[in-house]
Design a protein around this ligand. Structure first.
Ligand code: HEM
Length: 351
């Protein structure tokens, strides 16, 4: 999986290089999304999506459709989450038919190609094919279940990881001193690892990790999560009982901007995540990946992908805000993940 990530980094770098040579500003969300699609297409499906080269590649088109922001889509989502049984009975779907048909066809084609040609690749898809062919009926997956798993991975990765990279580059463009500090850390480690981005190299990016933790605090891609209460629960020292069956919303964005945990919450300050400062805060005051048994299973992968992407860009380019970027940014209330209404344009300069 790690090598797959590194292979996708080359296309990201080439695309930014071309824009830099033409002196064009970059729409940072667009290139971060292309990188995320290339990564997940390659690591989950074993496909070269060519997202940068082809503006209308299938994955890009269906990826956009999946997150198309309509009021109707938002209502369907709210309804299906709050009344899942009724939504099922009414055959209400949160994913449009053409999008699910696309994933189904892609997965069917990959499975039949691999099975007919006895082609084996060390990736997520291969693990799913193994489960599809399992002799143990408890572990066996149907073709539809394999497609659903792939689609979930695509959805869960695509907008979240690209949102993280977008806001990271936005804040680094505004805070040149911090950008330089991250770049120095990258260069120092590249010297140590003979210029190669390896797994150990990524693991040692301690300051970049602080920067990403702070970005995930200030701009959590998933602004809230929900849980259904499974037994009556009395909140300690309060007269409030949450009854079994109640859906509880955990406001991640609100907690991350609570002055009690994060003084001056609008300030971008990676020092909040130094080991010393982290140890003084409640563990659940930082929840960008959720918590408990349903915590995000892609947490490590999402962070690794963002670190590879940022390393590739920051070692070669300096980013500054383009005059077209309108501040303060406004949150798009129709979006499922944290997104801004305006595009974020950055200028890029070769180092
Ligand atoms: C910066 C990147 C990411 C962020 C901020 C993020 C955030 C989240 C959050 C908040 C949840 C809900 C957790 C909960 O309810 O407690 C979640 C669930 C999930 N995420 Fe991520 N995620 C990211 C990247 C990824 C990636 C890269 C993958 C897969 C490759 C992934 C796969 C999943 C899956 C499958 C779930 C559902 C887990 C379950 O319900 O058991 N995520 N993610």
């Amino acid at each position: 999986m790690f090598q797959t990530l590194i292979d996708c980094e080359i296309n990201l770098h080439k695309n930014v290089e071309a824009k830099c040579e033409r002196n064009e500003p970059i729409d940072i969300k667009e290139i971060s999304s292309c990188f995320a699609i290339d990564v997940i297409g390659s690591s989950a499906f074993g496909l070269e999506c060519k997202t940068f080269e082809q503006e209308n590649s299938d994955f890009r088109v269906y990826g956009r459709k999946l997150f198309a922001k309509t009021t109707w889509g938002k209502l369907i989502n709210i309804f299906s989450t709050n009344f899942p049984k009724l939504a099922n009975a009414l055959n209400i779907k949160t994913i449009p038919n053409d999008v699910s048909d696309f994933f189904m066809t892609v997965v069917e084609n990959i499975i039949s190609y691999r099975e007919q040609n006895e082609f084996i690749r060390n990736d997520f898809m291969q693990s799913l094919i193994k489960m599809k062919n399992s002799r143990d009926p408890e572990k066996r997956l149907t073709g539809e279940e394999v497609a659903a798993q792939c689609a979930v991975f695509f959805v869960a990765n695509f907008e979240t990881s690209s949102t993280l990279m977008t806001f990271a580059l936005f804040e680094l463009a505004k805070n040149q001193y911090i950008q330089e500090k991250v770049r120095n850390e990258i260069n120092k480690l590249l010297n140590k690892y003979n210029g190669s981005i390896t797994y150990d190299f990524i693991d040692e990016l301690k300051y970049m990790n602080q920067v990403l933790d702070e970005i995930l605090r200030k701009y959590p891609p998933v602004p809230f999560i929900r849980r259904r209460c499974v037994k009556d629960y009395k909140i300690p020292d309060e007269d409030i009982v949450i009854e079994k069956g109640t859906i509880v919303v955990i406001p991640i964005l609100g907690i991350h901007h609570d002055k009690e945990y994060y003084p001056d919450p609008d300030k971008f300050d990676p020092e909040r995540f130094s080991e010393e400062n982290k140890s003084c805060r409640h563990h659940y005051a930082h929840l960008p990946f959720g918590e408990g048994p349903r915590i995000c299973i892609g947490k490590r992968f999402g962070l690794m992908q963002s670190k590879v992407g940022l390393t590739s860009l920051l070692k070669n380019y300096r980013f500054t805000l383009n005059k077209e970027t309108k501040e303060p940014l406004t949150v798009d209330l129709n979006s499922m993940v944290l997104e801004t209404e305006e595009k974020i344009w950055l200028d890029v300069q070769k180092i």
